[in-house]
Design a protein around this ligand. Structure first.
Ligand SMILES: Nc1ncnc2c1ncn2[C@@H]1O[C@H](COP(=O)(O)OP(=O)(O)O)[C@@H](O)[C@H]1O
Ligand SMILES: [Mg+2]
Length: 278
């Protein structure tokens, strides 16, 4: 699949209240080996009464091209906001964000119930103007490769939760973007399917290598899947620890090194909770 690499930089120009951030493609590219660079990025929403809700404060992160960065943290610590910033669906209020073109796989699979699995997966290609036959052809190749062969014509309601997530993942891959942002992709699955899907994703990334930012609230999942783990604490969301996971794949949850890293991440999260006053 042809991949267009076009790093972009977004930098807040006016922090005095304007929420309009500049979008500049030509300046300050991330170093060639970095897919994502965040420097002091902050983002606030406004609640219904007009009061600011500080979702992220002074977040700095880096992701090497071709690696998997997991972002873990409790609900409400700004994980989805972070992905939406990386995917340019929102703009930072402050700080610098430079990244390659990114696509979001949202928390819910959002498959169209009236389309078959293959047409759901190929939707982005159809919207981009590819004829149906060509779009299906591109999708079908990935269906075989990613273990969905034979389910091309099934409707979403005929698929298991794990299969629906795989269709959504194929749709994300077919966007052609080099950077995949996965928002709690296995959060709604039962424990057994979840583990199967983690193993599947490890294999899928070997066959279709991409840079991935994976958001999860499951610390173990983060360590089993990622090269690096950023631990976030809430109110406002900020990075309290970064762990490097230098272990061969596939990894098991019972691997003592995985357990040791999990303890480290959980300790950081507990400290973050204390710091937050909870
Ligand atoms: N559209 C919005 N308007 C106001 N507040 C929001 C909006 N979206 C998210 N928030 C708030 O921002 C914070 C971070 O949200 P989110 O990024 O969804 O966290 P997470 O994905 O970690 O659960 C939360 O306090 C949430 O309530
Ligand atoms: Mg979220």
């Amino acid at each position: 699949m042809p991949i267009q690499l076009k790093p972009r930089e977004r930098r807040q120009q006016d922090t005095s209240g304007g929420s309009q951030a500049a979008l500049t493609n030509a300046v300050g590219h991330a170093p060639a080996e970095q897919a994502v660079v965040l420097d002091g990025v902050s983002h606030a929403y406004t609640d219904r009464r007009g009061a600011p809700v500080h979702a992220l404060a002074d977040v700095s992160l880096r992701t090497a091209r071709g690696s998997v960065l997991a972002v873990v943290g409790p609900s409400g610590c700004g994980k989805t906001t972070l992905l939406e910033l990386i995917c340019a669906l929102q703009q930072p209020d402050a700080g610098i964000l430079r990244c390659e073109p990114a696509v979001l796989m949202p928390q819910r699979d959002l498959l169209m119930p009236w389309l078959c699995a293959l047409d759901n997966a190929a939707l982005a290609l159809r919207i981009a103007g590819l004829p149906r036959a060509r779009a299906r052809e591109r999708g079908a190749a990935l269906f075989d490769e990613l273990g969905l062969g034979g389910f091309e014509r099934a409707r979403p309601h005929e698929l298991s939760g794990g299969m629906r997530q795989r269709v959504a993942f194929v749709r994300t891959l077919l966007s052609g973007k080099p950077l995949l942002c996965l928002d709690e992709p296995f959060g709604a699955l039962d424990a057994i399917t979840r583990q199967e899907m983690q193993e599947w994703l490890t294999g899928a990334l070997v066959r279709e290598p991409r840079t991935v930012v994976l958001v999860t609230h499951d610390v173990e999942e983060a360590i089993v899947l990622a090269d690096r783990v950023a631990v976030l604490a809430p109110r406002p969301g900020h990075v309290i620890a970064e762990l490097s996971v230098d272990l061969p794949r596939p990894r098991t949850r019972t691997n003592p090194a995985v357990i040791a890293l999990r303890e480290q991440a959980l300790r950081a999260l507990n400290l973050g909770a204390t710091e937050d006053g909870r």
